[in-house]
Write a new protein. Structure first.
Length: 270
């Protein structure tokens, strides 16, 4: 007697889209490809061959770069610690900025008359480069780390406000409605219905921006905002590639450790 095997379950296939339905996607990606082709000349893609024709110049540069000098290592570590402190304070102030502004930008929390001005303000903060903001603060408070802290705080505050508002807009409405049913005020709805849902995600975003700010704080040394970036650019301008190599290695090690620590902390949050 033969046994009848059950028919294998059919794997559902995604619905096939017609050419008309796919037309917007085709136009968008076609436009992206067209822009890339049009940009070949302006961005000098043709100079790619010089990577090989000028290989001797690169070898001369690398000869000193692969032999770092460590005689100033304590100074480099001290300035790297200062750079991390700039990044930490910049991120902390950015979070203080982003929490109220992020809530003000969220469509499901704030009225329209408040959302749009706040969104425009956050777009403005995100659009101005850190170097420009840092230069403005240097004019106001002078050279030093505080200008770097404020530059990071404003730019990162705009970025985090956008991320925070998007997290708020994706929350489950149930807890908020439950708090509202008790007769609570709007503030209590936010504190007990919104914050507990978005808290871990907000913390993850803040940690990620701290990683990014650890690198951005280095660049701010270009305008005299202190930290190891200032030493980096002074050494680069002096063509002292052996000390420059040591500085770069210190930065790489520090940023790598920060990334690993941040990943560990985020993995315990989400």
């Amino acid at each position: 007697m033969t046994t009848v095997q059950p028919a294998a379950a059919e794997i559902p296939r995604p619905p096939q889209r017609t050419l008309v339905q796919r037309a917007p996607d085709i136009l968008i990606w076609g436009a992206v490809i067209a822009v890339l082709l049009f940009s070949v000349g302006p961005v000098n893609i043709g100079h790619f061959t010089k990577l090989f024709s000028n290989a001797e110049n690169m070898r001369e540069f690398a000869k000193d770069f692969v032999h770092p000098k460590w005689d100033l290592l304590p100074l480099y570590i001290q300035q790297m610690i200062l750079t991390i402190q700039i990044a930490m304070w910049g991120t902390a102030l950015a979070v203080l900025i982003a929490i109220p502004f992020g809530l003000a930008c969220a469509r499901n929390v704030s009225p329209v008359w408040l959302q749009q001005p706040m969104r425009l303000l956050m777009n403005l903060l995100r659009s101005i480069p850190d170097l420009v903001v840092g230069t403005l603060f240097i004019v106001a408070v002078g050279l030093g780390p505080f200008a770097g802290v404020m530059a990071l705080a404003l730019n990162t505050g705009g970025v985090l406000a956008k991320l925070f508002s998007e997290a708020v807009e994706s929350i489950d409405k149930g807890p908020v409605e439950g708090v509202r049913a008790t007769g609570a005020t709007k503030l209590h709805e936010v504190i007990w219905g919104v914050i507990p849902q978005v808290g871990p995600l907000w913390t993850s975003y803040a940690l990620y921006r701290f990683e990014s700010n650890s690198r951005s704080a280095t660049v701010l040394g270009l305008i005299g905002a202190g930290g190891i970036g200032q030493l980096l650019f002074e050494t680069l301008n002096a063509f002292d590639y052996q000390h420059l190599s040591a500085i770069v290695i210190v930065i790489i090690v520090a940023v790598t450790l920060i990334d690993l620590l941040s990943q560990l902390m985020r993995s315990r949050l989400l």
